[in-house]
Design a protein around this ligand. Structure first.
Ligand code: ADP
Ligand code: MG
Length: 712
């Protein structure tokens, strides 16, 4: 059977076998030689260098020493003399080795008999492992032991360290064994790979051939070869991802499969004429971009990024009115009930006199309201519907849905969005505008939304004052309360936000409740009014309390981080964030954006414990230093990696990156995207012979990226 070597099960590699193969599959998710060869080292160790024992420190990473065994001590249960014990009753073996500069202890808890016989006093070995500190002296637990003259490919020079797990190590699949397995895989499997990059692109982009790259990523000949290998593999990974995203975008922009909305429409013009403020330049530019999309005849798929308070809602309203003016329905989806209601309220005033009817549908809409709204959507009398997930329910049908606007996009899963698309009875997919206030680092946006067009509102409405950010610990509470009293006396309002990391976390609720009590104690009624809002309240209670704050009846709002995202209370001038060290940068930035919306000077107070981890401290310092959301997002990504970033957990990366990092490889990403764009500019369908390998590669499953606009 002429099976490709890459599809061969790893159990057939020497040193593996069915048992280890099963374990490797389970632990590392790798079952074929091809997959194994794509498992790259996490890092490399320079095994050409020996350390002097006198230089070894507990803080060092993996090191190796060449040393002679001085003595071996065996330890069993303390009650029994060691001499009387069988080997399997020995608990621990301590081996003292020396290299003339000093002595080092090696400790073994397993495989003692075998090691005891091997490590004869006076004999020399190479010991390799991670030093640690125990009771004040340095030792290495379970070092790898090699004869001094061993110089096989897998132990000389730069050695790759592969991902591993406790179970693998316990089953004897140590780093050394893994290297041996890889050596066999490289020798047998490499030939199975065919080059994926056309010769001319390799030349233009300075890429080494695939075989060279794969060999050297596992067994680097030297530092320079390793660099070249890693560059090539990262480039390739990012290139194909961008190629598939850009190709999708290209196909969509070329297809006539979109609703043409040729008019601006009277509703838009009426609203525009009666705006209480002039639009900012950025808002105007973005609306022009959207307008061009909607009249093009192709489907719009646009991401609208803009910091909190930059005026995205205004853009959403005007966009919805374009749809209405062309006889189509528009739907605006918000992630929470509170936000949906707020949008609805805000939108009303702009719709006055436009003749467009709007409605709201949320989880708490009453059955009778619901029926009415369903009817209005089906017969087309409702032009703009605002709502939450309730809009996704099966019994919601539209007469002619032409536009979907999604606010705070990251709260909606892909499937949920897809379900909305399928609700349009008019055949063509609705235009899509995704709005996000979470500034996304550029590299991440290029990957997450590489197939979308991106608009950025990079200008704040005039009159916004910078928010002063202050870090304080518990001892400063009296001063904080005094400051709050002063602000309230001046007519301002105060947010106090508690972390609610996990909605069901009991402790978080307890601290919120205790905090609220404390506030009410220090700010008694009368004259102070404090509203408390959290997720365990019924929707009515929540709404009542939110309204009390939004309307200015309450001076203080104590809330969890989850529900008040997005609320607009221009009169609020102080945002106190409790346990600020528990929030990520993006989240802190979002919360801070709740203040500074009015004309008064605003403050954000980050309350933390006294002892902060290095990372938390860094985050708090950054928050105090800058208000630039994009800068903070870049830092956040550097600190936490793109996988943990706000906004990516649910949407996820379209494909998982194996070697490239969005946090560190921005330059390679730029080069790869430019290269992909150039290829498509010359050959949009990849029909040229020299691009056949690209076409081939894109057919692989992993590049069949879900299309936000078309899944049904
Ligand atoms: P976002 O949704 O981007 O967070 P909003 O649309 O809620 O921002 O706008 C924040 C505040 O700024 C609102 O009170 C809104 O009415 C106001 N606003 C929007 N655009 C302008 C503008 N061009 N000039 C002045 N104020 C504006
Ligand atoms: Mg908003």
């Amino acid at each position: 059977m002429a099976q490709n070597i890459l599809d061969t099960d790893i159990q057939f590699l020497p040193g593996v076998g069915p048992k280890r193969a099963d374990l490797i599959k389970k632990e590392l998710g790798v079952s074929t030689i091809g997959e194994l060869l794509k498992l790259y080292p996490n890092r490399y160790i320079d095994r050409s260098t020996f350390f002097r024992i006198s230089d070894v420190r507990a803080e060092m990473a993996y090191i190796q020493v060449k040393a002679k065994v001085i003595r071996t001590d065996l330890y069993g249960p303390s009650s029994v003399p060691v001499q009387e014990l069988k080997f399997n009753a020995i608990k621990r073996m301590s081996v003292i080795v020396g290299d003339g500069t000093g002595e080092l202890e090696l400790v073994f808890f397993k495989g003692i008999k075998w090691m005891y016989e091997k490590l004869k006093p006076g004999s020399e070995f190479i010991f390799f492992g991670k030093p640690s500190s125990f009771n004040g002296h340095i030792n290495i637990v379970h070092p790898e032991v090699d004869p001094p003259a061993s110089a096989s490919e897998s132990t000389a020079g730069m050695t790759g360290v592969y991902p591993s797990t406790e179970k693998l190590k316990n089953a004897g699949v140590t780093g050394k064994v893994m290297n041996k397995i890889m050596e066999a895989a490289v020798n047998r499997g490499l030939q199975g790979f065919t080059e994926t990059m056309p010769e001319y692109l390799m030349k233009e982009c300075g890429l080494v051939p695939l075989h060279f790259a794969l060999r050297n990523v596992h067994f680097p000949k030297d530092m320079a070869s390793l660099e070249k290998a890693r560059y090539r593999l990262k480039f390739e990974e990012l290139f194909f991802l961008q190629l598939s995203l850009l190709k999708q975008k290209y196909v969509r922009s070329r297809s006539a499969d979109g609703i043409q909305m040729p008019r601006v429409g009277e509703a838009f013009n009426k609203c525009y004429a009666s705006l209480p403020f002039p639009l900012t330049g950025a808002q105007k530019r973005v609306i022009t971009e959207i307008r061009n999309d909607m009249k093009s005849g192709s489907q719009m798929n646009r991401l609208l990024q803009g910091d909190v308070g930059s005026g995205k809602t205004m853009v959403a309203v005007l966009t919805a009115l374009i749809a209405a003016g062309n006889g189509y329905q528009a739907c605006i989806m918000a992630p929470t009930e509170v936000l949906a209601r707020q949008h609805y309220r805000n939108i009303q005033k702009f719709l006055d006199g436009t003749g467009v009817q709007s409605a709201i549908l949320t989880g708490s809409s009453k059955a009778s309201e619901r029926r009415e709204v369903h009817g209005g959507l089906e017969d087309g009398s409702i032009g703009i519907i605002v709502g939450t997930h309730a809009l996704i329910e099966d019994n919601v049908r539209f007469r002619n849905l032409g536009l979907v606007i999604i606010d705070e996009q990251h709260r909606f899963g892909v499937e949920q969005r897809a379900k909305l698309w399928s609700k349009s009875a008019c055949g063509s997919p609705p235009h899509v505008l995704v709005m996000t206030a979470t500034p996304i680092p550029r590299t991440l946006a290029m990957t997450l939304y590489g197939d979308l067009d991106v608009s950025v509102i990079d200008e704040m409405p005039p009159g916004r004052k910078p928010v002063q950010t202050i870090h304080a610990t518990d001892g400063k509470r009296p001063a904080l309360y005094k400051f709050m009293r002063d602000q309230i006396a001046a007519g301002r309002q105060v947010f106090i936000v508690y972390p609610l990391i996990n909605e069901t976390e009991k402790l978080d609720y307890q601290s919120l409740e205790a905090g609220a009590e404390e506030i009410i104690k220090h700010f008694p009624f009368p004259p102070y009014k404090t509203a408390v809002v959290h997720g365990k309240q019924t929707n009515e209670v929540k709404k009542f309390n939110m309204d009390a704050f939004a309307s200015g009846r309450a001076d203080i709002l104590v809330a969890t981080s989850v529900i008040e995202v997005g609320v607009d209370v221009p009169n609020a001038s102080v945002m106190v964030i409790e346990s600020a060290e528990r929030f990520g940068l993006s989240q802190l930035h979002q919360l801070r954006g709740r203040v500074g919306r009015g004309s008064e000077k605003s403050y954000c107070v980050l309350m933390t414990g006294h002892r902060l981890s290095k990372e938390s401290k860094h985050r708090i310092e950054l928050m105090c230093a800058t208000e630039n959301g994009f800068e903070l997002a870049e830092e956040d990504m550097k600190m936490r990696g793109p996988g943990d970033l706000e906004g990516t957990q649910q949407s996820g990366l379209p494909v998982s990156l194996n070697i490239a990092s969005l946090a560190k490889d921005g330059l390679i990403l730029n080069a790869a995207r430019a290269c992909a764009q150039a290829v498509l500019d010359n050959d949009p369908s990849l029909e040229c012979a020299r691009h056949s390998m690209l076409r081939q590669e894109l057919k692989k499953d992993k590049y069949i990226i879900r299309d936000y606009s078309k899944i049904s």
